[in-house]
Design a protein around this ligand. Structure first.
Ligand SMILES: Nc1nc2c(ncn2[C@@H]2O[C@H](COP(=O)(O)OP(=O)(O)OP(=O)(O)O)[C@@H](O)[C@H]2O)c(=O)[nH]1
Ligand SMILES: [Mg+2]
Length: 444
């Protein structure tokens, strides 16, 4: 846990702008990430360049300038906007006499301090160790004490930075062993999860996943749907029974690091499984995305994605791009998606408002949640309809068992020519039982 009583460590930010139109946005994101990690941002500098400098990331003159500015402002830490090589970190620390933290380490620290469940903790730890392994070196500017108390993550931190040269080989070997052990443990957790996920996948209940930029309101949206239509807790990612159906929603980056799965029952036999998962940020470290694969599996299995966007944020369009890029990286493309523009109450626009397949809404507003539910229903269940079937007696038993498990059976009546069944079927099941359909309703 971050201890707010201790003094914040002052940090200076720096970034190289490779003619990237999203550069300013990524710097403001970096500031938010630093603040989320309890650093006090005292200033920032950037440099336009065609390439980063291999030895020092920024140009030598810029580094000297930053050193003077940052030291003048009392900064102890220099946070840079990209992932650095071990050599760049070492050289920058040598010249600036500041503790240097790159964007990846910053994100890992936040994840580390937020992880609660065993799976999330293991996943973060794995990404952290894999990041740390090639970077072990004796720090010249040991700030481990400040880091331990203030800005740094509580989950162990990057303590090896302060290690002496003689300890390095030992540390490398120890870390190698830790990585193997964590991977083993994660496989066990993943196996248990996979069994449950496979069971859900096999069931015909459609799956909807909330995805999107961190702090957009995914968890608030899930809680809104639970409040209006909660059909009961399914389970938490830690496998424990949920004490409450609702999930943690909080004004902070990466409040959610796990996946929660809940059943939503809209009535009339319309049920779907909803999942809420970790949020995204741009330049999310590949190792982290990689180690969170199990957590993101639920989104991969979803029939419909709800991309929750903070419509009150001036960087909204960048955030949408970021989300699509991360989804692409985990291999989720071309999936049916509703873009849900949240926090409409902060935009001054009228809401809820459905436009095409998308929605402007507020997750805290019951009418908005109902509009979202309506939209989900339309997207998920279009093509569903009530049909009357006459099942031949010879195979009625098996077919009825199937229909009861996978659809809403409205009525069934035995007669000489077979079993007359009225049921609400998916398009696929309508086709499957096509030869027995005697009447079909055109409703959606
Ligand atoms: N004004 C306003 N605030 C909202 C709305 N929806 C969510 N929030 C606030 O936005 C903050 C973030 O909400 P969460 O639901 O935790 O966001 P999230 O997308 O789950 O974020 P992470 O789990 O951190 O990725 C909280 O403080 C919410 O109260 C809304 O419609 N209007
Ligand atoms: Mg959340």
């Amino acid at each position: 846990m971050i201890n707010n009583n201790t003094q914040q460590v002052k940090a200076y930010l720096a970034g190289v702008n490779l003619d990237d139109p999203g550069f300013d946005y990524s710097m403001s994101e970096l500031a938010a990430l630093a603040e989320a990690n309890n650093y006090e941002v005292v200033g920032q500098a950037s440099q336009k360049a065609e390439n980063v400098v291999a030895s020092t990331y920024l140009g030598k003159g810029k580094v000297a300038e930053i050193r003077d500015l940052a030291q003048g402002l009392g900064a102890k830490v220099l946070i840079v906007n990209d992932e650095l090589t071990p050599v760049q970190i070492r050289n920058l620390e040598h010249i600036t006499k500041l503790r240097v933290i790159d964007r990846t380490e910053l994100i890992l620290e936040i994840f580390s301090s937020r992880a609660r469940t065993r799976q999330a903790k293991l996943q973060v730890e794995l990404a952290r160790l894999e990041y740390e392994l090639p970077r072990l070196h004796p720090s010249e500017n040991s700030l481990d004490q400040q880091r331990g108390n203030g800005g740094a993550a509580g989950g162990g931190g990057f303590a090896n930075r302060g290690a002496g040269e003689s300890k390095l080989e030992l540390n490398r070997r120890t870390i190698g062993k830790q990585i193997s052990a964590i991977k083993r443990e994660l496989r066990e957790v993943a196996d248990q999860e996979a069994v449950k996920a496979a069971r859900r996948k096999a069931s015909s209940v459609p799956k909807v996943a909330l995805v999107g930029y961190t702090n957009a309101g995914k968890s608030t949206t899930m809680n809104g749907l639970l409040r209006e239509f909660g059909g009961g807790a399914v389970r938490g990612r830690d496998g424990a029974r949920e004490r409450s159906k609702e999930v943690l929603a909080k004004d902070m980056l990466f409040a959610t690091l796990d996946t929660s799965v809940r059943r939503i029952d809209l009535g009339d036999g319309i049920t779907f499984i909803l999942s809420d998962t970790v949020g995204f940020v741009s330049k999310l470290p590949h190792k982290l995305v990689d180690s969170f694969k199990a957590t993101l599996q639920e989104a991969k299995d979803a029939d419909l994605l709800i991309n929750v966007v903070d419509a009150s944020d001036p960087n909204m369009n960048q955030m949408i791009k970021t989300t699509l890029a991360v989804l692409d990286e985990i291999g989720i493309t071309g999936r049916p998606m509703i873009t849900a523009y949240n926090k409409a109450d902060l935009t001054g626009r009228a809401y809820p408002q459905v436009e095409g397949g998308d929605l402007l809404y507020s997750a805290e507003d019951p009418a908005s949640i109902k509009a979202l539910a309506g939209l989900i229903t339309r997207r998920l269940f279009s093509g569903y309809g009530e049909v009357t079937l006459v099942l031949p007696l010879a195979e009625a038993g098996r077919s009825l068992a199937y229909l009861h498990a996978r659809s809403k059976v409205v009525s069934e009546r035995y007669s000489g020519d077979g079993v007359h069944v009225v049921a609400r079927l998916s398009p696929a099941d309508k086709e499957r039982f096509g030869q027995y359909v005697v009447a079909a309703d055109a409703d959606a």
